[in-house]
Design a protein around this ligand. Structure first.
Ligand SMILES: [Fe+2]
Ligand SMILES: [Fe+2]
Length: 231
């Protein structure tokens, strides 16, 4: 049953999140398949499989919120391109880049991002979704760093060099996604939108830059990867 008065954009935003969760699930499924082909440790592969399932649960929970907000549309997914795609590079490099971009960067910033979305969220279905998502994202973040660590253990300095070379482009994409270098569609979020777990676009950029200092720099540094002078 839709809520009596739902603030603007809530249904669309949660539907967009359903689409993002399918995308995360597809990316993880592709990465897991590559890691199987690369002979990654079974416990790492199993952790990846668990994440594929988590993301589908996030999609269901998000769809429930969208429906409560009056949006019952199915997710619009680009079937031909969802998931990861091979380049000309060797498989291990495609897998390494995906692990760094989607997990070390993407899932690491997802933790404080979803915590911020949850802060003023009081609508029950939205709160339940964000509680579960926040809990899972910590594990997803850790999977990324454990995977990168495995690549460094097995490929050594070549893996470090390849990450350092790819980081600036990845950070540029991430900053664009987080509302920098473009027009912000909505810079403010009303109190009632915040109760549904929406966050103003300006907060996305702020959370990302805080994450750079608090997480990316020290975590890459601990693995012998230079982040500071590159990004
Ligand atoms: Fe998710
Ligand atoms: Fe995730």
């Amino acid at each position: 049953m839709p809520h009596v008065s739902v603030p603007a954009h809530v249904g669309e935003e949660w539907l967009r999140r359903v689409e993002a969760e399918y995308t995360s699930s597809a990316i993880t499924a592709s990465l897991v398949q590559w890691m199987i082909r690369l002979g990654a440790p079974p416990e790492l592969i199993r952790e990846g499989l668990r994440i594929v399932d988590d993301e589908l649960e996030h999609a269901s929970l998000s769809a429930r919120v969208a429906a409560e907000a009056g949006c019952e549309d199915p997710p619009q997914l680009v079937q031909e391109s969802l998931g990861l795609h091979r380049t000309e590079a060797p498989l291990w490099l495609d897998a390494l880049w995906a692990a760094v971009e989607s997990f070390c960067l993407g899932e690491t910033v997802a933790v404080p991002l979803f915590v911020a979305m949850r802060a003023d969220c009081t609508v029950e279905a939205a709160r339940a979704a964000l509680d579960r998502i926040v809990r899972d994202e910590v594990r997803h973040r850790d999977f990324g760093w454990a995977t990168l660590d495995w690549f460094i253990q097995t490929r050594g300095d070549e893996a470090r060099r390849q990450v350092e070379r790819a980081l600036p482009g990845m950070m540029q994409r991430l900053r664009t996604n987080y509302g920098q270098g473009g027009d912000a569609p909505s810079s403010k979020t009303s109190t009632s939108q915040a109760q549904w777990g929406l966050l103003p676009i300006s907060r996305y950029a702020e959370i990302l830059e805080r994450c750079v200092v608090r997480d990316y720099v020290p975590r890459f540094e601990a693995l012998g990867i230079d982040f500071t002078t590159r990004c």
